[in-house]
Design a protein around this ligand. Structure first.
Ligand code: NAD
Length: 478
């Protein structure tokens, strides 16, 4: 049962769109309509923008200690409500309930971490060249912020923006995905119920392009943070340029996984196959191009296929399900096209390669072997449960192939040779590198890509800094 009431939050008021427009929300596992999602009218958006300007003036003057107290209270409310929020998340997005709970644990953790870190927005004193002068570098909140986020992590994508902004003293106007609105609404309710002043957090829905044009066309937001695809990211950055907003861009990736012959192949299989099918492969840091050194190739392909076949696919609400559906029907033909294109390039379908059933957007965990670098799936982000595997011979060759795309988000390496691990970590052209394990996303470490995967970090001290600006003050005679 989907229980979350989908409303927008504008200036502390929960509301529907003033013109009554809505869109249906679909459960990707059953294709049932769960509820309606309100759309903001132009005047609703103007009100939300004004509310975020007013909310900022209130929130920037709240001390970091008092901000942290509200954030801690919000985190406790999320803990109390975790079972209900996780159900909402699974029903609207499809991932297994255990994964949804895990995601909400991250959300709670990040809320707490940012709340504490907000107390440490330190500046510094710089010795002056002029006698009697006092030179100070201070950090202050960048201003009202706005964010647009994708559906694949309905909680994580939202909290990385909201908690970073609130900890720094910024207000936030966010448009979560219309495909996964309930998780964001439930999180926002926790902040409101924890005593966040009106207007500090505003949540709207609508036609994405209309909302982003209106919000980014306004001078009020001084910062824009986006999680989503590269083409949409480029479009939003152009819109943000006219009013010189600072941007954080968390965009797509196409992460190489490099397994050397000296690696513990069993361990590499366990880690990489588990991670590949998490969230049905709809993860920006999902492993997506598997390069296996020649001698380990055959056992890796066989082991990977065995693991893929053992995955229990189904409705995320059902016990024991390990992988849910894709987010929407539009993703199914994209998967089919990746597989048929790879086959025409000479790849073999080792397992999967087809839709499961005809209700719900399920696609089988798929393994492709002998996939040449020219195949579409080795160049376009799959964002689905397909593992294309190829082999390599030398260190230099694999580095060149791994670095050959414009993406630069994550990369993974499996080796037992310390020198090799150190050397390859330095030359891989990505913002995140995991050696022998995949944990590249925690609240306390910077998360973000390079090249077309975007720029700026979320998490870590860098994630707080993204919502701060630097001011230099020099004083004399005071
Ligand atoms: P998409 O680009 O159509 O949409 C991605 C997200 O961007 C959606 O949540 C959508 O609401 C939002 N969006 C789209 N147009 C927008 C606009 N003009 N203004 C504001 N927001 C807008 O892609 P899709 O079909 O939903 O997903 C598949 C692709 O999206 C993949 O290629 C993948 O790279 C990318 N994606 C990346 C991430 C990530 O975490 N980096 C998350 C989800 C999707």
């Amino acid at each position: 049962m989907y229980t979350e009431k989908i409303e927008m939050l504008i200036n502390g008021r929960w509301c529907q769109g003033s013109e009554g427009k809505t869109q249906p929300l679909t459960n990707p596992a059953t294709e049932d309509i769960l509820t309606d999602v309100p759309h903001a009218s132009e005047s609703d958006l103007e009100e939300a923008i004004q509310a975020s300007a007013d909310g900022f003036k209130v929130w920037r003057d709240v001390t970091p200690l008092d901000r942290q107290a509200i954030m801690e209270k919000a985190a406790r409310l999320m803990e109390d409500r975790i079972d209900d929020i996780a159900k909402t998340l699974t029903l609207e997005m499809g991932k297994p309930l255990a994964e949804a709970k895990g995601e909400m644990s991250f959300v709670i953790d990040a809320t707490r971490w940012y709340g504490e870190e907000g107390k440490r927005a330190y500046g510094r004193l710089v010795p002056a060249r002029v006698p009697g002068a006092r030179q100070m570098v201070v950090k202050e909140p960048v201003g009202p912020a706005c964010a647009f986020v994708a559906w694949n992590f309905p909680g994580t994508n939202v909290i990385r923006k909201v908690a970073g902004a609130l900890a720094a003293g910024c207000s936030m106007l966010i448009k979560p995905s219309e495909e996964t609105p309930g998780t964001a609404v439930a999180i926002a309710r926790c902040f409101q119920d924890a005593g966040l002043p009106d207007g500090v957090l505003n949540v709207v829905f609508g036609v994405p392009d209309e909302v982003s044009r209106k919000v980014l066309g306004s001078w009020v937001p001084r910062k824009m943070s986006f999680t989503g695809s590269i083409p949409v990211g480029k479009h939003l950055q152009k819109l943000a340029a006219d009013t010189m907003k600072r941007c954080t861009m968390e965009l797509g990736g196409h992460s190489p996984v490099i397994v050397f012959e000296d690696a513990d192949v069993e361990k590499a299989l366990k880690v990489a196959a588990g991670f590949k099918y998490r969230n049905a492969g709809q993860v920006c840091i999902s492993p997506t191009r598997f390069f296996i050194q020649d001698k380990a190739y055959k056992s890796f392909v066989d082991g990977f296929a065995e693991r893929a076949q053992a995955i229990k696919v189904g409705n995320g609400m059902d016990d024991g399900v390990q992988m849910g559906p894709l987010i929407d029907a539009r993703r199914l033909p994209i998967m089919e096209d990746f597989v048929s294109d790879a086959q025409t390039h000479g790849a073999k379908v080792v397992t999967g390669g087809e839709r499961i059933g005809n209700q719900g957007y399920f696609y089988a965990p798929t393994v492709l072997s002998d996939v040449p670098d020219e195949a579409k799936i080795m160049n376009d982000e799959p964002f689905g449960p397909i593992a294309p595997i190829t082999h390599f011979n030398t260190f230099d060759e694999v580095v060149e192939r791994a670095n050959s795309l414009p993406f630069g988000l994550a990369s993974y390496v499996f080796t037992s040779d310390g020198d090799r691990a150190a050397k390859i970590s330095q030359v891989l052209d990505t913002g995140l590198v995991g050696v022998n394990h995949p944990m590249v996303a925690t609240p306390e470490t910077p998360f973000g890509g390079v090249n077309e995967s975007g720029y700026g970090s979320e998490g870590g001290i860098e994630g707080l800094d993204a919502f701060l600006r630097t001011k230099f003050i020099t004083e004399m005679g005071v």
